[in-house]
Design a protein around this ligand. Structure first.
Ligand code: AMP
Ligand code: GLY
Length: 424
């Protein structure tokens, strides 16, 4: 079978690696992919942009593609699944209408309010003065979010009223273009975060193993927000009782409401949770795709076939799918540019990946490229060093040994990924 995978990040490298392990798969074409994927058996990279729906459609139509799988949110929100499905092609991901759960924070908040799904209280604004009056009335801490897609950078957790007002002013002043033409202001939620990701097919779902990522750049979860500096699975904060509560009160009501509203969901549904000390979970955000970097440790732990699971979802036979997980823990440590998240790095030679592999780690690429024969940096998050082992502590020790073998000028990573789970 020939598969088409859309995307170019660490998440897609891990998905391509996992998909290619299936004996049924002869070829995985990734558009546009990255140099790390090119090294994988059966994987090839295509010179097609992930937003070039016409070119992707032509490729799938002429190259006997069994299934197309969409990694990132932007093509989903733009409607790639509608185009493929309307042309009779099999594709895994939600249509544009339910993808608004990620594409518009205001849509997601209105949806949760309408369907009584637990989340922070909020209000939406598109002019500065009423927004500031709202902030002054509620005080800090308070959270300001750009309505649209802002590559994970459109959220400010403001610790003072001044900081909140400044964030509102810059966003409504066009900081993220159309994506911040309106803002959601919401109540600050206390607790521990976890990523709860499920494969969904209409009213049916199979939760994946739980995971948690670290969004802050610096150790101790301090410093600016990033796309994610590391992740691990499972997340012990999601106890069995929290798990049952999330499925009963959040996941199932969400997918049923989507189906009732005439926009049934097929794809990965990622519910970002805040779990308080009483074990009550509230939704911080929805994403309509796998998480990055959560996918990297999740793929390391998945002991069954990813393709089978996705095929069952697309065929509306999801309950027949079998999913197995490594009983231990997996971790991914992101190696980022010194300038990240404000900037990125380009053209710095990278060494040591083979040494990390030799230790038993798996290194997924994100922001890399070739300069002649030399692998060099090409982004903010450059690599993700992953390891799986019987405990989180031993997986962490192994991944950090691997990370320490890799070098480029300015490379940085956190040495405390998973600390909350280890402290428990
Ligand atoms: P989001 O893009 O909505 O996931 O927000 C990015 C990050 O901001 C989240 O992962 C949280 O760490 C934080 N955050 C977002 N909303 C809230 C909230 N209501 N209360 C506390 N922290 C939040
Ligand atoms: N790791 C968070 C995300 O993928 O949105």
């Amino acid at each position: 079978m020939h598969l088409l995978l859309i995307g170019s990040g660490g998440r897609e490298h891990a998905m391509a690696w996992k998909l290619a392990q299936s004996e049924k798969v002869t070829r995985v074409s990734v558009a546009p992919g990255n140099p790390g994927m090119q090294l994988e058996n059966k994987v090839e990279c295509l010179a097609i942009d992930s937003m070039d729906t016409e070119a992707l459609l032509r490729f799938a139509q002429t190259q006997d593609v069994h299934l197309t799988i969409v990694g990132p949110e932007a093509p989903l929100v733009a409607g790639i699944v509608d185009t493929f499905t309307d042309n009779g092609l099999r594709i895994f991901g939600p249509r544009a209408a339910p993808a608004q759960l990620e594409g518009s924070k205001a849509f997601a908040k209105d949806f949760m309010a309408k369907h009584n799904i637990p989340t922070a209280s909020y209000a939406t604004f598109n002019t500065v003065e009423p927004a500031i009056a709202f902030i002054e009335e509620h005080g800090a801490p308070i959270v300001i979010k750009a309505d649209g897609l802002a590559a994970g950078k459109g959220v400010v957790v403001a610790l003072s009223v001044d900081e909140a007002c400044d964030a509102v002013k810059s966003m409504l002043d066009g900081q993220f273009g159309d994506a911040s033409a309106s803002v959601v202001i919401e109540q600050f939620l206390d607790g521990e975060e976890a990523s709860f990701i499920a494969v969904v097919s209409g009213r049916e779902c199979i939760p994946l193993a739980t995971s948690q990522d670290h969004k802050a750049r610096d150790e101790g979860d301090k410093g600016p927000n990033t796309g994610g500096m590391g992740a691990y699975s499972p997340a012990p904060v999601v106890t069995d009782s929290v798990h049952n509560h999330v499925v009963a009160d959040i996941l199932q009501p969400t997918i049923d409401a989507l189906a009732d509203d005439g926009m049934p969901f097929t794809g990965f549904l990622y519910v970002g949770l805040m779990i308080n000390d009483k074990g009550q979970a509230r939704v911080v955000e929805y994403n309509v795709r796998l998480g990055d970097p959560e996918t990297q440790p999740l793929m390391m732990r998945m002991d069954s076939e990813l393709l089978d699971l996705l095929d069952h979802a697309v065929n509306s036979t999801l309950p027949a799918a079998k999913v197995k997980w490594h009983p231990g823990s997996a971790i991914g440590v992101v190696l980022a540019a010194g300038e990240y998240p404000a900037g990125s790095s380009k053209g710095k030679p990278i060494t040591g990946i083979d040494d990390a592999d030799a230790l038993g780690c798996k290194v997924f690429h994100a922001g890399t490229m070739h300069d002649g024969n030399q692998l060099v940096t090409a982004g903010g998050r450059v690599l993700c060093v992953t390891a799986v082992s019987e405990s989180l502590q031993s997986a962490k020790t192994l991944a950090e040994k691997g990370a320490a073998t890799i070098h480029w000028e300015g490379c940085r990573y956190r040495s405390d990924i998973g600390f909350k789970a280890i402290d428990r």
